[in-house]
Ligand binder design. Sequence first.
Ligand code: PLP
Length: 228
Amino acid sequence: MSTIADNILQVSSRIHAATRAANRAENSVRLLAVSKTKPAQDLREAYAAGLHDFGENYLQEALGKQVELADLPLIWHFIGPIQSNKTRAIAEHFDWVHSVDRLKIAQRLSEQRPADLPPLNICIQVNVSGEASKSGCSPADLPALANAICALPRLKLRGLMAIPEPTEDRAAQDAAFATVQSLQASLNLPLDTLSMGMSHDLESAIAQGATWVRIGTALFGARDYGQS
Ligand SMILES: *Cc1c(COP(=O)(O)O)cnc(C)c1O
């Protein structure tokens, strides 16, 4: 068995254990494979081992892999910071965007989403770590942004995404993810998605209601940014 296939089994068993511990339904948490900096061959192996959803942070790198993997029915998620000049390609080449944090970006994605594709699935990235994080909408700005996105015709707002400040302290992890869950609840919108939890904190995220966990290192190994 390949290392990646073996890693998928290990991550899946962590997800199942956390889901069971939280008394949540068996298939309520989905695994998003974060493949930034990794070669197309790694995604091909992960697909062969049963994964379909891949998350990428860098547009040019992602577009290259999409061409290389065009023979596979993959679902592509954009999860990195978004500059305005990248919105057209993102609207054309992705199924989900997890990292929308301002209205201007959402408006451009809606205008640029091709008419022959379904509405683009959107998560608003919310900043629950205050000054420790540069990206994400502030909790104070969240309700207005969420309502404005709901009014955009070519987007479908699915929920929230967060990247809390990294910590090994389980209580601090729980507190941050619980904040995301309660912000989502306070919106009073029909949302079904909480994109939160990475390799080191997926158990806490699942306990607090995550529906997508975004996992890179635990599936594909450490990233080497020097080569990319
Ligand atoms: C890189 C990245 C991940 C994956 O992180 P790991 O710690 O490698 O699991 C998840 N989400 C986002 C937004 C990322 O940029």
